[in-house]
Every structure is written in C-alpha cells, then in structure tokens.
Ligand binder design. Sequence first.
Ligand code: PLZ
Length: 459
Amino acid sequence: MPGASRPVGGPGLPQARRIVSEIPGPRSRELLARQRTSVPAGVGAVLPVFVAAAGGGVIVDVDGNSFIDFGSGIAVTTVGNSAPAVVERAAEQLRRFTHTCFLVNPYESYLDVCERLNELSPVPGEKRTILVNSGAEAVENAVKIARAATGRPGIVVFDHAFHGRTLLTMSLTAKNKPYKQGFGPFAPEVHRAPMAYPYRWPTGPADCAEEAADALEDLLDRQVGAENVAAVLVEPIQGEGGFVVPAPGFLPRVAEICRARGILLIVDEIQAGIARTGRMFACEYENVRPDLITTAKGLAGGLPLGAVTGRAELMDAVPAGGLGGTFSGNPVACEAALGVFDAIETGGLLERALELGDTMLARLAELADAHPVVGDVRGRGAMVAVELVEPFGDRVPAPDLAARIARRCHTDGLLVLTAGSYGNVLRFLPPLSISDALLDEGLTILAEAVAKEAASAAV
Ligand code: PLZ
C-alpha cells in the first residue's frame, strides 16, 4: 500500500469502499506473477488482490483499493478481521510461549476452550472436546471417534456435501470437480443419500423432508445395513454445496432415524457454526441434539483451530494416544478462540447476525421479485445466498451468470463468493462487525450487478 509499509487492520481501518485501480491493480498483478512461479496452479483465488490490511467490514489491498467484505475468508472472520478481543489475547500469548505441544505439556487455555464448547454445544449429557488444526481434521477425528465407539465402519453423507480436502474428507465430499477429479482411489465405506434440497426436490418442496428422510432409511436398511453404519454426517446448512437449508423437519427426522438404529449423528458446523447464523450452532434452529459436532473456521477469528465436541462416553472410547497432533490446540489459537467467545457475548453478535440476515433477506427478496434469474433466496442469519437460473427454462442453473455477477461486484469493490454443486450460487457471509452503511452499500452494488448482467442474459 503506497506510503504505508505496515498498515494496521481491525475496526480502526477507514470503513469505506474505495477503488483506485483496475482490479487486480498493478502491485497485485506483480505478486500474482510471482505466485504463478512459486505456488502450484491448483491453488486458486476468488479475487486475486493481495491483502494489506482488513477489519470491520473492509479488506484493503496492496494497491490501496478497499473492498466491502461479504466473504469473511469463507466464514472465518465472523467477529471481524483482527478483532481487538482476538488480537489482544493472541498477542499476549505470543509473548508467553508459542508452543509446547499439548501432548507433551498441557496448558490451561486449551481446557478453557474445550469447557466453553462443552457448555455451549447442544450435544446432550456430559461432554468432551478435542482441539485440532482445521475443519478437515475435525471431520477426520469425528469419524475416527464414531468408528471406535460403535465398532462399525460405514459413514453416510449427503448429496452436495463438503467436508474437506484430505483423503477421507474428500471422499465424504460430493462434488467431483474440482475437489476429487484425479485424486482417487477414495476412502471406502462412504455412502451417499439425497439431501432435502427444497428448491431442487423433484416432487417440489412440500414433501421434500419426508421423502428425503425415507430415502435415507432405505439406504440404511436395504442397501448398507444399519448395523454397518457408525455415523450419519450432515451439514446443518450446506456450505460449499450452495447454502442449502434442509427442508424443515428433515434434520430432526435424520436424528430420529439414527437414534432408532444405534447410528451416531455428526453435525458438521464448520461453516454454519459459531454465531454465523444467529445461533451458536445452526442445528439449534431445529432443536437437533447431535452425538458429535465439528467446528473450525469462525472458532478462532482467523487462527487455525478446529474441534470435535461429543458425548463423553463416545469421546472417551478412544484409548490414550489414539488422538492428537503436533500443533493441535496451539496456545495462540486457543487464546484467539477465547477472544472470539468474549466478542460474541459482549458484542451481542448473535443478535447482530440476525439483524444482518433480516436486512439481506429483505433486499434479496426484492431482487428476486425484479429478476426471474434469481430463482431462490435462502439462508439464516449472516449466511445467505441466491441461486441463479436461466431466464427461460425450469430452474436451469446459470453458473456463467453467477460468475459474471461476482466479477462485476469485485471490480466495483464488493467481495462476494460463489458456491453450489452447479456453481450458480452467490453466497454472502459478511463479518458481524460490518456497519449497516457498508452492508447497505454492498447490497446496492450487488443489485446493480444483477440488473446489468440479467439484462444481458435476457438478450
Ligand atoms: N466442513 C462444512 O465448509 C471448509 C473450503 C474452502 P478446512 N469449507 C471451505 C476450500 O475450497 O478448500 C469446510 C466446510 C465444512 C469441512 C470443511 C473443511 O475445513 O478447514 O478447509 O479443512
């Protein structure tokens, strides 16, 4: 950034959109050229501007452009980038000690994070939590624990699911390209059931929950054999799959189906959890009480931390030495997570997520009324999306239109992300620290981009 070699982020950054160069700008282009010769081509970037500072509701790049942030680093900086509560605690910890390895010498902040997650999570009864480094590692550990506790191998997942990029979690993920193509053979004992996706359910939304649950029962009882299944793993709102909110009643029926067969229910809250939807955990919306919950992303305000929280008797089924990792539950990340919990509580961030959601859903509903290409508007709290379809036709996915709208938003100074099995979903995940003014401005930029691109799509 010209004239400022060490910019400071956080809420003190000027909260304004400002575009001063082409996007990406000259300095970002230089860095991109370096990236091409130093980083493999398989690592992509949604908006390839290099970041100088971020905070509140903006991301400032190395050319001095300031973007409104509707992405939060994919639902990670929920409490804001460089949020003061996170920075202060993490910085103090950096000066005390950076690492001991919890398996070698434990430290108290790890326990504090586990106790908070045990208190807050809707898992019933006595609970335990293990900390890890990432979302994928949390899912891997949840599956290990479920298998050890039940003595069964099978895992059932859903269409449109995303659970990570490691061998097991990529096998659990639904979408072939870009996540799986060329990376097989995949982990065995993974079975897939239809997701209760109201907008795309063949018989319409009314019977979606019941019919999808019946299909799960059929898979368990007639194909796999329930006695071979350790766990059903489900996202309470599908993230990468396109912010699919399961038809109401589906998740409670999945829980019932599992309970009746001694199958564990693992809810993957990695994208939807930690205040994002206006509840600490998105499965609370349907009063679902999972056996195991995975969290990551928003948990430590940007530092790498994941967790599995579960019923004590399941978590304790693995003998000492069976779980762990060198960096797992790093003390700086633990302090950051404690800062996140404080920020959520003292900042009233659950309510703020609901407010942001109300504003977004209202504006997006207007957009859907005005433009038939906006086929569906859905989400909860600050986790909201629109699904784009061709102007003529029956819900034909429009991925090119989604990409064009996203690109127009980017050049106009609004960071939005795409998602969905068909690549036709625009998703909105603003940090909960965004101001009303920036949220409003972002939604106006989006509305203009949709209007312009929808007009050219209809020609
Ligand atoms: N489970 C529900 O959303 C990560 C992926 C970004 P990690 N989603 C963002 C990308 O393209 O790799 C995710 C998720 C759900 C698991 C994960 C995996 O979490 O921290 O990326 O491993």
